[in-house]
Write a protein of this length. Sequence first.
Length: 319
Amino acid sequence: MWTRDIAKDIKERRISGIIFQHEVDPPHNRPDDLARAKEMLSKALGEEWVTDDPVILIGYSRDQGPLPAQYPHLVVMPSSTEEVAEVYRVANECKVDVIPMGTGLTTMGLHIPLYGGIIMDLRRMDRVLEVDGENMYMVIQPGVNYLVAQVEAQKVKCRVLNPSTAATAGVISNHAFCNINTLASKYGFGIDNIIDMTMVMPDGTILRTGPSAYGAVKAHVPGPGPDMASLFRYAFGQYGTVTEMTLRLYPEAEHIYQIFPAYEKDDLECVIDVLYKVANENLTLELAHMQNSFFGIFVGATNQQASALAGSFPRNNLF
């Protein structure tokens, strides 16, 4: 079974020290360049926010998924858009890889550094910059999680589109990834509810998208022309790092009544038509159908692995 194979592989690959050179002849992340990058970044961010301490690096070598550990060479924690830009500038000059990390809650290896380099931990940037209940939007930094965002939204009688994940998940990274939420049938996915964003490109250039880029209020619709923010969907940090994002908010319901029917049979034709009608006629605020296969795709790297794992999850269907 696949789960046994991966467990055996992890055990065999367990090491007692840090791998400082991930490739035989690396074109980047070379020891001399890394030492120079550390010195430059320590001056730019402050020594306490730049480290190559193995005790700290090991904490960034894995996520909650089954992938084997891979160690970064450096971990940095910038506190502003300008400092994020400086990290990229130094990394380009020294030829060192950069992997941005939000709150670090993932099971898919999105911030595991396969070739080492710098992990840019954005959790110092954890402020809710603005909440506008009248125009129904919120401006946040990448270290803000759904618990914090939802509490702030509820203060103005609104809510954030929170997905089926932990309250400690990062809002910005989840929205950019897609944000499959239970309100999607009514309000769309998270990527449909991004008004604008501030990004730092891989060369250190700061880019602003959406209404705020040309001085309009954040509640304004994008345009003229295409919205640049859509180019960065599903990019996982490859096109740059989002340091601020403006999200749409929606009214918080005064009364909530939840129904959770469960079906043991796989044949759900009897309820599919009902679900379509409920969604099309706007009869509910949230609508979700979840099976054990849904959880498998977030743990397995392939469809075969996901299918092998699905049997270990409860077989429930929720609507």
